[in-house]
Write a protein that binds this ligand. Sequence first.
Ligand SMILES: C[S@@+](CC[C@H](N)C(=O)[O-])C[C@H]1O[C@@H](n2cnc3c(N)ncnc32)[C@H](O)[C@@H]1O
Length: 200
Amino acid sequence: MAHTQVRRPAFVPEVQLHLADDIDVLWRTVGIDTPPPYWGFAWLGGQAVARYVLDHPEQVAGLRVLDLATGSGLVALAAVAAGAAEVTAADIDPYSAAAVALNARLNGATVRFVADDLLMAEPPAVDVVLVGDVCYEQEMARRMLSWLARTEARVLLGDPGRSYLPQGGLVTLASYEIPTTRSLEGVQVKRVRVFSPAAR
Ligand SMILES: C[S@@+](CC[C@H](N)C(=O)[O-])C[C@H]1O[C@@H](n2cnc3c(N)ncnc32)[C@H](O)[C@@H]1O
């Protein structure tokens, strides 16, 4: 809390989050021997999925939703706001657990948190899996996508064209231009898409 400010992500102003301005400063603060502090930023892929479920609440309303790789909890909180019946947020970073708890409280929302690596087991019984911005590392993207291919749930994946986003097998549901910062993404606006696996 000492190193973040309460902000509304530019593209998802319905949700408030404890966010940081500079990833390098925050990373040095929490310790560079820890994973990057993804939980302190609203990543472009997450903002796109969050926007999509808020604008298409029928995708999650009354359903059991998993936000895989939740980071700050942004997508999970959007699912709550869109009327999901039960929302679970999962992330392997312990700082994410703290961030999701704080951010859920900030939004008056109830979100269950799972710290286990869900990719090590079969997908849980949920109706919808939401995933924001997970295709930036090769091995992680490979594990995520093969696990997502095994779930029977509806899958919505938000991605700004990261290096390991698959070239095929995805249907584009929405395409947004999302403001960002040069310090995070090297540009001020980026094209971000929401995908569903083909043939679902
Ligand atoms: C770029 S962040 C995206 C966070 C959030 N979805 C968003 O868009 O703001 C990627 C997240 O994936 C998480 N992650 C990496 N491997 C994971 C795994 N096996 N299971 C769950 N989360 C994972 C990281 O800890 C990090 O919080």
